[in-house]
Design a protein around this ligand. Structure first.
Ligand code: PLP
Length: 419
């Protein structure tokens, strides 16, 4: 399992996609996009999307793209599911922002937290809604430090937890961290899925933060035994185990939560991405006694103005209801298998998957980029991974049909053979 080659792309190769698809963008909009929107890379995708529906995106010129990445593991119930759209409209007709988080009783928050608690183990019964995944990570680290009165935070190499200072401090790759030092002190990065590394969890450790499956490493699932040993070591050392399910939650891996596959329960669960059904929302979830730490010494231990926005909660609640009612998890394994059966080609070195979170590994970033460019030109949207630039991302809406998977794989195989 550890033979996986991962690397950050050198600066001159950091190109998500060439701008060869610019013709689909209105020239004025494109100019203003570059002039007035802060850019995060030298060559953004640059497609001007004007509509999205189920698993399909439409650009200004009416070109269709089958969405193989679902907004990066966000759109599990598809783009604009009618029930999600209806819930948003209904909430907009009632109220938008009314007060900072935690003061008023807002029924979308209450209903959503109750539904989440009903589908989580009993110890995960108190939900703190945030704006984003990274804010959930920040909240969890603060909660652990205060509850344990310890400073040590353990994270893992090649893990991604967000881009704010605290989340960046625990990110497992120096390439992405280095320019922003100094970061949080007392953070150690251990090797994921290696038994020996667990010894570095000590009585000084406030919490251990791990992804249930390392997504940006190019989809790397740990062994069950290792996850269980991690849980045990945390218990022995009195450290809290924080599982980041921001990419793996909401059915992505074939069960509602990724941790179900490992027979363990975290002390704090981090959710984001699909949590909001397409609207911005994050959460950290713990036992209410533990969460009570944030109410005292100091009071208001974590403050957020927009966290748990009522429209985001209404959308997320509707999306989770759709996920459960339409039993979308039930089809995940079959669809994963279909991808795996069809993605056979000498240029594909490996396909790693955890349900519909998949990485298709090529020999190099250059090959991957060429294939991704050809896929996009053929109407299939895909991407690479932060710590595995030689791997192509597959994380479609869970509602993707078998016919769409067959079409997607045919495009990928043709793209590989396109010089
Ligand atoms: N954790 C994981 C595993 C993620 O993949 C991400 C985002 O990609 C985050 C945390 C951060 O979430 P956000 O971008 O909402 O801050």
């Amino acid at each position: 399992m550890n033979s996986l080659q991962t690397f950050a792309p050198p600066d001159h190769l950091v190109r998500r996609i060439s701008m060869s698809h610019d013709s689909t963008t209105n020239p004025d909009t494109k100019l203003l996009f570059f002039r007035h929107l802060a850019q995060t890379s030298a060559a953004p995708l640059g497609l001007e999307i004007i509509r999205a529906e189920a698993s399909t995106l439409y650009d200004r010129e009416g070109r269709e793209y089958l969405d193989l990445i679902g907004g990066i593991s966000v759109c599990n119930t598809g783009h604009r599911h009618p029930k999600v759209v209806e819930a948003i409209k209904s909430q907009v007709d009632q109220y938008l922002h009314v007060l900072v988080y935690g003061e008023f009783i807002q029924s979308p928050q209450v209903k959503y937290a109750s539904l989440l608690a009903a589908h989580l183990p009993p110890s995960l019964n108190s939900v703190y809604f945030t704006n984003s995944g990274a804010e959930a990570v920040e909240g969890a680290m603060k909660l652990a430090k205060k509850a344990k009165n310890r400073t040590g935070i353990v994270a893992f190499k090649q893990s991604y937890h967000g881009s704010t200072q605290g989340a960046l401090s625990i990110m497992g790759d120096e390439y992405w961290r280095n320019a922003f030092r100094p970061l949080l002190p007392d953070v150690s990065h251990l090797s994921y899925n290696e038994a020996g590394s667990l010894e570095q969890i000590t009585p000084r450790t406030a919490c251990v933060i791990a992804e249930t499956v390392q997504a940006e490493r190019g989809v790397f699932a740990p062994d069950i035994e290792w996850m269980q040993a991690l849980r045990k070591r945390c218990d022995e050392m009195g450290a809290l185990l924080v599982l980041d399910e921001i990419q793996t939650g909401f059915g992505r891996t074939g069960t509602l939560w990724g941790f179900e596959a490992f027979g363990i329960v975290p002390d704090i669960l981090l959710l984001g991405k699909a949590l909001g059904g397409g609207m911005p929302l994050g959460a950290f979830i713990a036992d209410r006694y533990l969460m009570g730490e944030l109410t005292d010494k100091p009071v208001l231990g974590h403050i957020t103005t927009f966290g748990g926005h009522p429209v985001s909660c209404a959308a997320g609640l509707a999306s989770m209801e759709v996920l459960l009612e339409e039993r979308l998890m039930a089809g995940v394994r079959e669809k994963e298998e279909l991808f795996r059966r069809l993605l056979i080609h000498p240029a594909i070195r490996a396909v790693r998957s955890a349900g519909l979170l998949m990485a298709v590994e090529f020999d190099s970033y250059e090959t991957n980029k060429r294939v991704i460019d050809a896929c996009i030109a053929a109407g299939l949207l895909t991407d690479w991974f932060l710590f595995a630039a030689h791997c192509m991302r597959i994380a479609p809406p869970l509602i993707i049909t078998c016919a769409q998977i067959e079409r997607a794989c045919a495009i990928i195989l043709k793209a590989i053979d396109t010089p």
